[in-house]
Design a binder for this molecule. Structure first.
Ligand code: PBE
Length: 269
């Protein structure tokens, strides 16, 4: 059957991304625990390398299974589909949370109000990422124009909040575009209201560790419940959750649409 043929064709290999990504840990767990993926290889490297391999496979019309997530431009640029995940191995829908270190609200009450108000629609992020890809400009540069064109949205984050009293905020975020877009929008809102914001891009493990230790103040990039669930468990009680930065995110496995399987359960060992 198609599932067996494709599994063999791709040499029982999932083309993954950075080993430190939350979803890379999820995939390792799935391979370790699911009978139909027994003995499979999870080839990690980088997001850029995964996209290059996906691009080449599509040019040659070869089968490939990649680590995929939304929001990302890959679904707009390529004819690819998520494999169904009937057992919710990837946790179903994910929400992306804002976290602060303990004591941040007490030290920065005004900035904390702005962080609490901050929320973006998934659609806005998707448009931004697509624009970055099409025009070949970085996500922080896309944000520079976006905040001008969406002044009302940005203003709402600081509405009714007292003017900031200065102060420098250490903002940690992972380096995926889906996270840089919201982070730079919030940085802009905070800076327009009297704060200085240093954005540092780090791996998920360092993002959680630095918030928990207090060396960083805030992040907007915690994917829950599953993708970063292991970090939340590890640092429970050592951070404060301030609501979601955006919702309806997703992770999973994807294939080009010409690959004739529909579900993770079609794969065989
Ligand atoms: N991602 C994108 C990240 C978070 C944002 C799903 C690739 C991960 O840690 O897996």
């Amino acid at each position: 059957d198609a599932g067996a043929a494709i599994s063999e064709d791709i040499d029982y290999t999932i083309t993954g991304i950075e080993p430190g990504a939350g979803m890379s840990g999820v995939i390792d767990d799935i391979i370790a625990n699911e009978a139909n993926l027994q003995g499979w290889t999870h080839q990690t490297s980088s997001t850029g390398a995964m996209l290059t391999e996906l691009d080449q496979a599509i040019q040659n019309e070869e089968p490939i299974i990649v680590s995929a997530w939304s929001p990302h431009y890959m679904f707009a640029k390529y004819d690819i589909k998520y494999l169904d995940d009937p057992d919710e191995l990837f946790g179903g829908e994910e929400d992306v949370y804002k976290l602060t270190r303990l004591g941040f609200e007490e030290d920065f009450p005004i900035a904390a109000d702005i962080v609490k108000n901050f929320y973006l629609e998934l659609d806005a992020i998707e448009q931004g990422l697509l624009q970055s890809q099409k025009q070949e400009i970085s996500v922080p540069e896309v944000v520079e124009t976006w905040v001008v064109e969406n002044e009302e949205t940005v203003k709402a984050f600081t509405e009714g909040v007292a003017e900031g009293n200065g102060g420098t905020i250490e903002f940690v975020v992972t380096s995926w575009d889906s996270e840089l877009f919201p982070a730079y929008v919030l940085k802009h809102a905070l800076e327009s209201h009297g704060f200085t914001v240093n954005v540092t891009t780090v791996d998920p493990a360092i993002m959680f560790e630095s918030i928990a230790s207090g060396s960083a103040d805030i992040t907007t990039a915690a994917w829950l419940p599953l993708t970063h669930g292991a970090f939340v468990e590890r640092y429970e009680g050592e951070f404060v959750k301030l609501g979601t930065a955006y919702e309806k995110a997703k992770t999973g496995l994807a294939v080009p649409t010409y690959v004739e399987i529909d579900s993770i359960s079609d794969l065989v060992p």
